[in-house]
Design a binder for this molecule. Structure first.
Ligand code: ADP
Ligand code: MG
Length: 327
């Protein structure tokens, strides 16, 4: 038995009591999973690299949570039910304290959504982690980016801007008081994938995306794929409570262009409004209508932002570039 395998056994293999759905999990050359008729498998991979996506000295438990959360967020954006995950870890050296904390954070979230770790790879090198998640969705029903129709309304879940605000603080570009800092940091370090919402939007939403790169950029992807444009109202966008009292230009930048919140942005026909409002109640999660999809107007931005007086706010004025270096 190689040292790597005993390490995998110690930190990444669950007790036999954990019910596994895979036909064959960790320990062979491949994992085996059952293919189910009528079901599509949604598959997504994300890499987090130290120094690029997180600080190298970041809390290992939070990292374990976040690495899985950002991957689950992609499944949520398709309306898929999480099933399996693989984990490729690259570590500069074997640090048992770090590994124990990382795997605790990872499995705490995996257990919430009953995601089964079925394999991976462990290598030596600069710290990074690559996860692949697999989720199930009824064939033909997945929430894609290309399904929005002109006239559909644009919605977002939760609040935006908190994660970007925490990053501005960590980069010493602003100084936050302890309370708003705690709220913002929670969003940056422990994002919650909107897994249930995604599944509940099947048959309601026409398109969806998770907000990882900022509202303007990610809604822009729905526009591109659906060959449409969007108009949104700045005042309607739900803002992280940590942003109260922050300078208006920075606040707009965080809300419109800040990434890492992992909320869902989705489109739905106006006729679905009451169902969506009911869903917000059931999930105890705010769902806010922020704008509308429309035919593209050549030469105009794909996502246009309007202020309370119906004046268009230009991307420069909302500090769109302030986060350009983040992604
Ligand atoms: P191989 O040489 O065939 O690639 P490895 O020694 O890399 O096998 O891995 C042995 C087993 O442990 C495989 O089932 C693999 O999927 C699993 N594994 C390796 N690293 C991890 C990890 N970080 N998390 C979960 N499973 C892992
Ligand atoms: Mg290997």
């Amino acid at each position: 038995m190689t040292p790597e395998f005993s390490l995998i056994e110690r930190f990444f293999t669950r007790p036999a009591a954990t019910p596994g759905r895979a036909l064959l999990g960790i320990g062979d050359d491949c994992a085996l999973i059952r293919a189910t008729a009528g079901e599509a498998l949604a598959i997504s991979t994300d890499t987090l690299v130290a120094g690029t996506h997180f600080f190298a000295d970041a809390d290992a438990g939070k990292l374990g949570h976040k690495a899985l959360a950002v991957n689950l967020s992609d499944l949520a954006a398709m309306g898929a039910t999480p099933r399996y995950v693989t984990l490729a870890l690259t570590l500069p050296h074997i640090d048992e304290v770090w590994l124990a904390a990382f795997s605790r954070g990872f499995f705490a979230l995996a257990d919430v959504w009953q995601v089964e770790l079925i394999g991976g790879d462990t290598t030596r090198g600069p710290l990074s982690m690559t996860l692949t998640v697999l989720g199930a969705v009824e064939a033909g029903r997945a929430l894609r980016r290309d399904g929005a129709k002109a006239g559909d309304e644009v919605w977002v879940s939760g609040t935006l801007g908190g994660a970007a605000l925490a990053l501005l603080h960590l980069q010493a570009k602003i100084v936050l008081a302890p309370r708003p800092l705690a709220v913002a940091e929670e969003r940056l370090h422990r994002p919650l994938p909107r897994t249930q919402l995604g599944q509940d939007l099947l048959g309601i939403a026409t398109a969806a995306i998770d907000i990882s790169d900022g509202l303007l950029a990610d809604l822009g992807h729905i526009c591109e794929r659906s060959r449409l444009a969007a108009s949104i109202e700045r005042a309607a966008i739900p803002m992280s409570p940590a942003l109260l009292g922050v300078r208006a230009d920075l606040r707009d930048a965080c809300v419109l262009a800040g990434g890492d919140d992992y909320e869902l942005c989705f489109t739905a026909p106006a006729a679905q409004r009451t169902r969506i409002e009911a869903l917000a109640g059931t999930l105890a999660l705010s769902l806010t209508r922020i704008g509308v999809m429309q035919a593209p107007d050549g030469g105009k931005a794909l996502v246009r932002v309007f202020d309370e007086k119906r004046h268009e706010v230009t991307p420069a004025a909302v500090g769109y570039d302030q986060f350009a270096a983040m992604s």
